[in-house]
Design a protein around this ligand. Structure first.
Ligand SMILES: Cc1ncc(COP(=O)(O)O)c(C=O)c1O
Length: 480
């Protein structure tokens, strides 16, 4: 493809994308295809001779779109949002053009330096304690991971390296496998599965702790678990506090957990994957009270801050343990000024890394903090609008406090009834929701996801839910 062809292709694609976004409401949010739908639509082998880019454009509607779940439709309310915006799309184009692999400073200085500065900008936007920021001149700093799952694993491996070193100093006769066998980590039973999975990757025990009636992990529960485990000869080394659980968007008591973790010399990691974006609004920062007690903090601008996947922001107060845990320094990666800027390959699992900070830079500049705040506040306001609608109908109940853009609700009645309701809603395909469970109680989650979401969309979704509830309840009364 030559430059002129590229310009035409890119222009046509920009046209297609804007059309797609402007009319996304008109598409059925859930596809109707069956597994294997694509095979008959494509040749079984790659073409021997080049095709025209126009042939590809023609195939997007024929091959791809029938199998797309439209995550950016205002009718999509499943999971948590995944971010998307024009500035981030354009930044990804530039990243694709520069196509550097920024594993060390010298591998592309701009890639590292913009990331350091963007993580400082972002850290200041959520009022992180200065110990986390590179600009404070201390050890701390930020890094862009691919996902929150990677951040939990990186923090766990850093914590493991730190504890190994400490225990070795006290018990030089103990072998590494002996110490690792005693290590134990903690999180709430409502933490994301990736947190527990990090324990599997790290080869350590993980204990899932019970939560209070508001689904929060409390300090006294953590303290008791640590005490019990120490009495058994185990070595507590890592705890994760979740701010905004996937199950119901509950917030662990970071302030209480932090006191315990610091007292017991246990690494405290904070997973605020979804809700962390809300802390750019000062009125929500009470939910991150105790952040100064954490060792590492993570949230995903790629969920709720208009930066396309993947962009998971992580800060470490003292990255030394992570750096040492991952430090393998072959000759071909050495360079003269090594040590004066971060070599991000030591802060992450893979070696390779894209120029992801460009999309953060573009989004922060082209929206400005004030519009990002408006965006968060609008989603939260819409969640409250939906909550109010649910509360007007005595057949329904709200099952968790609505603090962010997620509403957990159900029909009063059995789990079976609510499962039938969800099946009917998703079967109709006009809106898309996923379920969740707390203490064996099945409920539906309505998450405000789209950057196009307006009050009229919330009204539409509520009408659709009521319609399907009428059908299910009618069916139930007929079968009785
Ligand atoms: C609280 C929480 N933690 C972690 C994750 C995993 O995020 P990622 O896909 O970035 O690994 C999620 C995903 O929704 C989440 O809600």
């Amino acid at each position: 493809m030559d430059s002129d062809n590229f310009k035409d292709f890119a222009k046509e694609m920009a046209e297609y994308i804007t059309n797609y976004m402007q009319n996304i409401r008109d598409r059925r949010v859930l596809p109707t295809v069956e597994p294997g739908y694509m095979k008959p639509l494509l040749p079984s082998e790659a073409p021997q001779s080049p095709e025209e880019w126009k042939d590809i454009m023609a195939d997007i509607e024929r091959v791809i779109m029938p199998g797309v779940t439209h995550w950016h439709s205002p009718k999509f309310h499943a999971y948590f949002p995944t971010a998307q915006s024009y500035p981030a799309i354009v930044a990804d184009m530039l990243s694709g053009a520069i196509a550097c692999v920024g594993f060390s400073w010298i591998a592309s200085p701009a890639c590292t330096e913009l990331e350091v500065i963007m993580l400082d900008w972002l850290g200041k936007m959520i009022d992180l304690p200065k110990e986390f920021l590179a600009c404070s001149g201390g050890k701390g700093g930020g890094v862009i991971q691919g996902t929150a799952s990677e951040a939990s694993l990186v923090a766990l491996l850093g914590a493991k390296a730190k504890k190994l070193k400490q225990v070795k100093e006290q018990h030089p006769e103990w072998t590494n496998p002996e110490i690792i066998d005693k290590l134990i980590a903690y999180c709430s039973c409502q933490a994301h599965s990736s947190v527990e999975r990090a324990g599997l990757f790290g080869g350590v025990k993980f204990r899932l702790l019970p939560v209070d009636e508001k689904c929060k992990l409390r300090g006294d529960v953590l303290a008791k678990a640590i005490q019990e485990d120490k009495e058994k000869g185990l070595i507590p080394f890592y705890v994760v506090a979740t701010l905004g659980t996937t199950v119901s968007c509950a917030f662990d008591r970071l302030d209480e957990m932090g006191v315990v973790a610091n007292r017991e010399d246990v690494w405290l990691h904070v997973d605020a994957a979804y809700a962390g974006s809300a802390f750019i609004c000062p009125e929500y920062r009470y939910l991150m009270k105790g952040i100064e007690l954490a060792d590492s903090y993570n949230f995903n601008p790629h969920k709720w801050m208009l930066v396309n996947f993947d962009c998971s922001a992580m800060w470490l107060k003292d990255p030394t343990y992570v750096i040492n845990a991952f430090n393998v320094d072959p000759l071909y990666l050495k360079y003269d000024t090594q040590g004066s800027a971060p070599d991000y390959r030591h802060w992450q699992i893979p070696l390779g890394r894209r120029f992801r900070s460009l999309k953060l830079w573009f989004v922060l500049r082209l929206y400005g903090i004030e519009n990002l705040q408006k965006y968060i506040r609008k989603h939260i306001a819409q969640a409250h609008e939906f909550e109010a609608m649910v509360l007007t109908d005595p057949r329904f109940e709200i099952v968790a406090e609505v603090l962010m853009g997620l509403v957990c609700f159900r029909l009063k009645g059995s789990n079976d009834l609510n499962e039938a309701l969800l099946k009917r809603i998703n079967g109709a395909g006009n809106i898309h929701l996923v379920p969740s469970k707390i203490n064996d109680m099945f409920f539906l989650r309505l998450s405000i996801c789209s950057r196009y979401s307006e009050s009229k969309d919330i009204e539409y979704s509520w009408k659709e839910i009521k319609l399907r509830a009428n059908e299910v309840l009618e069916e139930q009364s007929v079968s009785k």
